[in-house]
Design a binder for this molecule. Sequence first.
Ligand code: WT7
Length: 566
Amino acid sequence: MSNIGSYDKRYGNFDWKISADELEYGKDGMYNIAYYCSDRIVEKGFGGRMAMIWESFKGEIRRFTYDDIRVYSNTFAAFLKDTGIERGDRVCIFMDRIPELYISFLGILKLGAITQPLFSAFGEEALFTRLEDAGTKAILTTRKHAGKVRRIKDRLPALKHVIVVDGDALSLKPGEIAFNMEKAVRFDSFDIDRAGPEVPSVLHYTSGTTGQPKGAMHVHSSLLAQYLTAKWVLDITPDDIYWCTADPGWVTGTSYGIIGPWSCGVTQAVLDSGFSTQKWYQFIEKHRVTVWYSAPTAIRLLMKDGNAVVEQHDLSCLRHLISVGEPLNAEAVVWSEQTFGKPFHDSYWQTETGAIVITNYPGMKIKPGSMGKAFPGIIATVVDQRTFQPITTPGTVGLIALKPGWPSMFRAYWGNEEMYRSKFRNGWYICGDRSSIDAEGYFWFVGRDDDVINTAGHLVGPFEIESALLEHEAVAESAAVGKPDPVNMEVVKAFVALKPGYEPDADMELSIMNFIRKKLSPLAMPQEIEFVDSLPKTRSGKIMRRLLRAKEWGQEIGDVSTLEND
Ligand code: WT7
C-alpha cells in the first residue's frame, strides 16, 4: 500500500482542509495533538495495533499497543495534574529514547502543558540555559541523568518538580519524586485539555549565530501539517513499520518520531542506541522496517562500511527511504538506489517550520543532489538578500523564503519577540539558508546564510561554544566555525587567542578542552583548537567568522573591505 498521488494535482488543488477533514480535526472542540495520536486511533478500532516496538541498546524489546499508550499517557497526565502542573506550564523531558519519553510527551500535551524535550546527552550548562530561558516548572528524567539536574537545580527558581521515572525511594534526593508509569494506578480515562488550535504544544530549542539558543514554540494545530506530510511525504500507511532514527530532543524526533506517525496510526520501531552499521541493518531486518527516515551523516557512514555488510542482511522489507537535516549528496542517492533498490528522498525543513516544507515528493522525478519542490500548501521561493524580492531567474542563488500561514509554523521564539519578527521580511519567512531553484522548480541547497555550524545534522551556535571558551582563565578571544568533514559534513573548530603570559601549547589545548567538555554537549565540542594571536574583526568589532570559515573550506575569502564595514 502507498499514498502516492500526483504531485502537480495535489499542489494545484491543495487546501489544509484535506488534513482537517481526514482527522476530523476540531470535532467536539477537540484540537489536542495527544488525542489524535492515541485515543482517536483506539476509537477507530485499532487499540490493539502496536504503536511502538522499542529496543534498547542491550537488545531488550518492549511493545506498546495504541491502547497502552492511550492509558499510560492518561496516567502521566493525571499524575502531573496531581503534582500541580497546569495548562501552559513548561515540562521538560530529559531522558534517553526510552518508552517513557514518547508516552510522557503525549501525557504532558493531554494536560494542556507545553512539552520541552531536551537531548539527554546535553551537559549541565546546555540544560541550564534552556530550562532557565523557558522558566521550566517540572523536569522528567531518569536516574542516569538526574545528577545533571541536581547540580543546577538551585540556580533555577522556577523549577518546582524533579520527577524520576525509574526512581525509587533509595535513589531519590530530597525534593525529588519517583513516578513509575507501569506501576502507577492506571487511568483508563482522562479529561483531555480541549486545547484550542492555537494553544502552545511543543517548545524546541534551536541555535542561531547570536545569543543563547532560542525556543521555537509550536501550537496544537501543527498536527495538520505533521499528519499530512507524514502521510504524503514519508508515505506512511497503517500497514507499515516505520523507523525514524532521530532523537526527540530534536524536532525530527517529535514531528516525525511521535506526532506524524502516531496520528497516522502506524507501528513505529524505536532503537535506543547510537549508530552502528551492523545494529542498524539488524534492526531493519528484525522488525521488518518498511519506511525509514534518516539523515545524511548516517547514510554516509553506511556507505563507508560498504556493501558486503548489506548482503549479510535481508533488507527487502524496505519500501520507502527519506532523509533530512543536512545536504544529501547526489552520490548517497545513487548509492541507496543501487544498494537497497530505493533512492533516499531528501526533505528540507527546520525546527521553526515544524514540518517538511520542501521535498522529493514520492512519485516525482528525483534529481540527485536537489532537495525537491515545495510541499502542497507551501509557497516557497528564493529571495534577493537585500531587497527580499523573489528571484525569478532560474539557477540564481537567493535566500529560501516561505509564505507564512502553514499550520506548523512556529508562533514565537520563547520570550524573544524581536528575534521572531526579524525572521519575517517583505511578507516572507526567511529560513536563513541559501539555494537556487531550477527551471522545473527544484531547489538546490547551497549553504546557510549565517555562522551556525551543521554537524551531523545538528545545529550548533558559535555563541554557546565561544561563551564556554571565554570562561577559561587563559582565553582572551575565541571564534567557533565549521570545518569540512567527510562524514559529519562539518565539525567544530575553535580559534583561540590567549591572554598575555599563557603559552599556546598542547597542555593548554588539553586544559581548555577539559574545561569546556563539562559545559557543552558532545556535539558542540571542538575537534580542534587553533591558537592565533588575534581574530579578524569588522570595524565595529564583530568577529569575522566567515573569513575563518572560508579559509577552512579553501574558499576565496572575497572582498574583505565590505566585511570590515559590516
Ligand atoms: C537546518 C534546520 C529539519 C529537521 C532537522 C533539522 C539544514 C535541514 C536539510 C536538507 C540541506 C538541510 C538547514 C536548515 N537542513 N534539512 N534536506 N538539505 N540542509 O532542524 O535543527 O532546525 O535545522 O538544517 O540549514 O535551516 P534544525
